[in-house]
Every structure is written in C-alpha cells, then in structure tokens.
Design a protein around this ligand. Structure first.
Ligand code: DGL
Length: 269
C-alpha cells in the first residue's frame, strides 16, 4: 500500500504567488499542492505588518486544516512580516518564505555586492530583504525601493510596452547611479516577474535581474526531500477567499497554465 504524502501548502495574497507555484511544480512535478489566494483581502503590500501577520496566520490555519505537511509563504510581503509568527505557531511544520531564497540568489549573482531590491511598500518598509542580504554579505550595499504600481499593472496584464517601461524608468531614477551602483536587481514581489521584459528594458544593460521563485522551489525540495515529494500525483487543490472566476482568469496568466474556475473553492478565513 502506498502511504499518502501530505500536500505542500502555498499561500499568497492573491494570484501573484502562482509564479512561485509554477517554479515549485517545475522542481517537484509529482508533489501535491494546496494553493490559497487571499483574494478578498489583497493587496497585502499596502497594509501594516501586524495586519499582514494576522491574515497570514489565518491562511496558514486554513491550509493546516487541509492536512499540509509543509508551508510555503509565496507572498514577499507576508514572508517579510509574518515568517517568525508562522514558525512560532507551527513549530512542527517546515515553513519556507521567499525573502531568504531571494536574498541568497541576489548575493550569488552580484559581483560588486551592491544590490537593488524592488518590492511592495510593506516589504521595503520592514527591511527584511535588506537584513537577509546583509546576513549573507555584511559588506553589501542595498538600495531598496517600493514599486507599488507594478502590482496593478501585472494584474491588468499590462506587462510590456512604452507605458510600463516609462513607469519603470521613473521608479529606477537614481537607483543605479553613484560611485557603487547596484549590479543586481532583486524582484522582491510575486508580481514583478510578469514585468521582467519591461523592467530589463529600463535598466542599465549590465544589471542582472533575479527573483526568488526558483531558489524558493530548491529550498522547499531540500526541506521536504525530493524523494518524498515524488510520491504524490502532481495535483493542485485551489482555494481563494473571493472571486473564483477572476482568480482563474488572472491566475492562469501568472501560472502559465489554465485554472478552471469551477475547481476553485471559495473559503472563509
Ligand atoms: N504578493 C505580494 C508580494 O509579493 C504582492 C501583492 C500584494 O501586495 O498583495 O509582496
């Protein structure tokens, strides 16, 4: 008899975390997942750290009730504000966030140890990326900037073209200048990989762009063991707190694969 392996729980404020789920499924194609998008309360990026931590604990409780064996906090803002609270609440559950893998990827990519981070207001204000990068490289210079409009643009599907590039150039004003300009940019928000082309077009040519999706997937594989993850059936159970049709429509774009609205269960946290 095959022993069932607990699914991996993944949550985000909405559909953005599907960029992380996409990388997780590529790394662990046989693992089973439960994905929760807190679409009723998004965005998290403009809310206080205390509110994001409270919402995150409620998301984790809903996933725990569905029998998960590992929790992935796919939202950068929730990773920045709630990781310690989640680990304290579930000491027996492996909890993996996206900030630490993103910081590790940036330090690995940077030659000059001068690194730029873009994220939501909440993530930047909390300083989690700045701390995580400096934990890897104490001499690192970190230039951090909130780019909240990128979230709305990605949700609208406005991911390329002159308008998006002009907004990116405006956000990046002065970031890559001075005596030690950053040589690496971390996309510290789930939505930003969708705008990667426009962001790259607005950057100096030598700047490398990294995001945390692939490194987070590698961290999860290391935590749960690839052999264990190979015993699932490659399924995803979809949960959202509002709007199954919108979740499926916009989420399919972020996931890079179709999501069927009828298969999205609406839950109350
Ligand atoms: N998922 C959020 C993040 O990665 C972006 C969207 C939001 O603000 O809720 O920070």
């Amino acid at each position: 008899m095959t022993v069932p392996v607990a699914p991996i729980g993944v949550f985000d404020s909405g559909v953005g975390g599907l960029t992380v789920l996409r990388a997780l499924r590529a790394a662990l194609p046989q693992a089973d997942f439960v994905y929760l998008g807190d679409t009723a309360r998004l965005p998290y990026g403009t809310k206080s750290a205390a509110t994001v931590a409270r919402y995150s604990l409620q998301c984790a409780a809903a996933l725990r009730a569905r029998g998960i064996g590992c929790l992935v906090v796919a939202c950068n803002t929730a990773s920045a504000s709630a990781l310690e609270a989640l680990r304290a609440a579930y000491p027996d559950l492996p909890v993996v966030g996206v900030v630490e893998p993103g910081a590790a990827a940036a330090v690995g990519a940077s030659r000059t140890r001068s690194i730029a981070v873009i994220a939501t207001e909440g993530t930047i204000a909390g300083g989690a990326y700045q701390r995580a990068i400096q934990a890897h490289a104490a001499d690192a210079r970190v230039v951090a900037r909130a780019c909240p409009l990128f979230v709305a643009l990605a949700e609208e599907g406005w991911t390329e073209g002159p308008v998006v590039e002009a907004i990116a150039r405006r956000y990046f004003e002065g970031m890559f200048e001075g005596p030690r300009p950053p040589d690496t940019l971390v996309l510290g928000c789930t939505h930003f990989p969708a705008l990667a082309g426009a962001i790259a077009a607005a950057l100096p040519a030598a700047v490398r762009v990294v995001d945390s999706a692939a490194t987070t997937a590698a961290a999860v594989a290391a935590r749960i063991g690839a052999a264990r993850a190979a015993h699932g059936r490659g399924t995803v159970r979809w949960l959202a707190t509002d709007g199954a049709a919108r979740f499926a429509r916009i989420g399919s774009r972020f996931l890079g694969a179709g999501i069927v609205a009828d298969e999205v269960e609406i839950v109350d946290l």
